[in-house]
Design a protein around this ligand. Sequence first.
Ligand code: NAG
Ligand code: NAG
Ligand code: NAG
Ligand code: NAG
Length: 360
Amino acid sequence: MEEAGKGRERVVEVEDLSATTKDAAVVSTKPAKRHPLVLWIAILGLIMLVGMYIFSLSLKQNGMLFGLLQTNMIEKEREKPCHDPRIPDTEIPYVHYPTPNTYDREECACTEVRFFAILSMQRSGSGWVETLLNSHPNISSNGEIFSVKPRRSNITEITKTLDKLYNLDWYSSAAKNECTAAVGLKWMLNQGLMKHHQEIVKYFNQRGVSAIFLLRRNLLQRYVSILANAHDSAMKQLNGTHKAHVHSKQEAEILAQYKPTIDKKTLITELKRSDKLAADALMNFKNTRHIVLYYEDVVKNRTKLMDVLDFLRLPKRKLSSRHVKIHTKRLRDHIDNWADVSNALTGTRFESFLNGRSRR
Ligand SMILES: *[C@@H]1O[C@H](CO)[C@@H](O)[C@H](O)[C@H]1NC(C)=O
Ligand SMILES: *[C@@H]1O[C@H](CO)[C@@H](O)[C@H](O)[C@H]1NC(C)=O
Ligand SMILES: *[C@@H]1O[C@H](CO)[C@@H](O)[C@H](O)[C@H]1NC(C)=O
Ligand SMILES: *[C@@H]1O[C@H](CO)[C@@H](O)[C@H](O)[C@H]1NC(C)=O
């Protein structure tokens, strides 16, 4: 937007310039009749150059523009029989009618499909939110597809994987009997997302993928969850199996009994690192269509998820999950060396994390 504005100013400048040079030409000489012609050609050339410059700027900035045109052309043919005149023009880039290679969508062929990606960090409630979304009969969120390393080894592999997913050719337990109206995945920032962010933003904009950020406000609580999860991964406290998420209060209580001792020397560095990662992610993806959700807000107010359904242009309905929250007490009751942690954070910008308390 700003760039386009600058471009416009430039054009004005050029016009002014041409006006003054024209005046100069008229005033200064009568004999040289060839002058105006040369001038005009020069001016024309200049205008063309400026035009090309502006065009290249808009391409660079809105890689979207071109990409969307392309995608639109590919999907045009399919759109025609399905076209719904009620869809506003601004929505068209985000409305898709995929034709899977592996089966026929049949009666769902003209059901509009939205593409999304839940962008999050480990232990930020994305598992819980994904199960809530998947309880909607028309939403299919396919889990952490990119936790499998080869799928994210380079941008070619990433694109291939996403193409398959958004073409509705991906098989997972998220598959629905109903017509899919929104398809997506859960993608952790450290699963190639930040490493290849430029290409991925381009892909999102070209294919009309909407990003759903799910972040955590209290990074100390998140850190406790990471340490507790790592502990269970090693100790396998529930009958010898490790569980990242639990479905019963009893299981939650067993996992919450473990109180990590936090290294007070590295704590600040750790908090700064995850704070920066989240900030960088928001920065890198700011030019995509996106919504930002905070775990704590959803815990306090489930209705926040209706904003997500709105964002995906899906009819609202009640969502449910069997996940049970693990850490439900005051934060001080979940950390072994609370005094150390409290001392380390008091007076820093992370002090407010100490008051963390959450219920669901
Ligand atoms: C991308 O990774 C895949 C699998 O790891 C590999 O086979 C392929 O050659 C790589 N492609 C490029 C362009 O690096
Ligand atoms: C959800 O699926 C049903 C049944 O397959 C379909 O009739 C309905 O149109 C779908 N809803 C949306 C919003 O696409
Ligand atoms: C462990 O296994 C026993 C017997 O199979 C079962 O009754 C109990 O609920 C399990 N406990 C947990 C924490 O999963
Ligand atoms: C809960 O979230 C919804 C959707 O964002 C909002 O409209 C509503 O005001 C919130 N309720 C409370 C009590 O904050």
